[in-house]
Design a binder for this molecule. Structure first.
Ligand code: KG4
Ligand code: ZN
Length: 355
């Protein structure tokens, strides 16, 4: 049973080098070594720098995770590792490390889809039953998934261009606000006295797909108009633009969530994950959508919503319980759609192709 296993999880698909130990649903350790300072001057994640840092730090992360958990590697029942999708040089770092550990100890190796890690987190935190609806909203992901099992996902829609966190970050850059953009745009919007109405992309089209790049262009236009009129960007207008942008993101995500829920039968809950789910007005709107549909609203704590290895260990435990095993031929995959029957996603996201 997933409940009884002790699993070591490894994650290096993006810009966090992470390792964690889980025993059942208890998180014995959850180590995340961030790389923000390495990429800050470039305004985005540089794949080569990320890969090198992962290769340097992954064994350190594992050592720390085992030490914090107070166990030895031989006390684990299996090793779970993100095998994709993500920046391939980074993914390889944890996959190679996990293979080495597995070869040395004979422990079973389980390759995990990074998106499945996010999508299964509400089972770790809340023990929710299948099927539930998951909205992933982060700097690199944006999709609706009906989660039917540890290896059974139906993608109902997603972004066709930018991920929402990416849009928040670009809008912050356009308006001269600090990175990461989400929290600074949210703070600026909170001081708005008015709002600037911006478009709600794809709301007029059926289905659950989303688009955020046009919204970013609308912000650029609003900024340039204000600058042309005032000879600079007045603080009050900047706040109104942030408010208008945040409202537009909130409205499209809420409406598309309503549609995704309506498209599914027998859901047990509506769950969100990803850094953007930290946005207070957005979270309130999504909670309302769940309430209106009579569903529990689940938003795991932020440390488990953003990239981490506890979610990979948990997904590994679920896959292990379902009989999945990999061996030393496990491949690192830059692309790995969770739902192979859904049309391919057109967009990528700032962190590289995600599905
Ligand atoms: O899940 P995450 O930590 O990393 C990945 O993208 O994998 O998400 C980070 C994204 C960033 O783009 C950040 O601007 C956004 O989440 N974010 C927010 C907020 N806090 C973080 N977006 C909107 N409102 C927030 N309060
Ligand atoms: Zn992620």
């Amino acid at each position: 049973m997933a409940q009884d296993l002790t699993i070591l999880g490894l994650e290096s698909s993006c810009d966090d080098t992470a390792a964690a130990v889980l025993r059942g649903r208890a998180i014995l350790s959850n180590v995340v070594l961030r790389q923000d300072d390495l990429h800050a001057q470039f305004g985005g994640v540089v794949p080569e720098i990320a890969a090198r840092a992962h290769a340097e730090k992954i064994d350190l992360a594992v050592e720390r995770a085992l030490a914090e958990a107070g166990i030895a590697l031989r006390d684990c029942d299996a090793i779970a590792v993100t095998a994709g999708p993500g920046l391939i040089g980074g993914v390889l770092a944890a996959v190679m490390c996990a293979k080495g550990l597995s070869a040395a100890t004979g422990l079973p190796l389980i390759g995990v889809n990074h998106l499945a890690g996010h999508a299964l987190t509400p089972r770790l935190t809340d023990g929710v039953a299948y099927p539930y609806l998951m909205l992933l909203v982060s700097g690199g992901h944006c999709q609706f998934l009906r989660v039917d099992g540890p290896d059974a996902f139906a993608r109902l829609g997603g972004t066709i261009d930018d991920a929402p966190g990416e849009a928040f970050d670009k809008v912050a850059r356009l308006l001269g606000l600090p990175q990461p953009g989400g929290p600074s745009v949210e703070a600026e919007a909170a001081s708005a006295t008015g709002t600037i109405r911006l478009p709600r992309p794809l709301l007029d089209r059926p289905g659950c797909d989303l688009s955020f790049s046009g919204l970013k262009t609308a912000v650029l236009r609003a900024r340039d108009m204000a600058v042309a009129e005032h000879g600079g960007l007045p603080r009050a207008i900047r706040a109104d633009i942030c408010h208008g942008f945040q409202q537009a993101v909130r409205d499209v995500l809420a409406e598309k969530s309503r549609r995704a829920i309506a498209a599914c039968d027998g859901l047990t809950a509506f769950a969100v994950a990803g850094g953007v789910a930290a946005n207070t007005p957005l979270r309130a709107a999504l909670r309302q959508v769940a309430d209106d549909a009579g569903l529990p609203f689940l938003a795991p704590p932020l440390a488990l919503c953003t990239d981490n290895a506890a979610m990979i260990a948990w997904a590994g435990a679920e896959l292990h319980a379902a009989g999945h095993r990999d061996d030393l031929t496990l491949a690192a995959r830059p692309r790995w759609p969770l739902d192979s029957t859904a049309a391919p996603m057109l967009g990528s996201g700032k962190r590289g192709a995600k599905a």
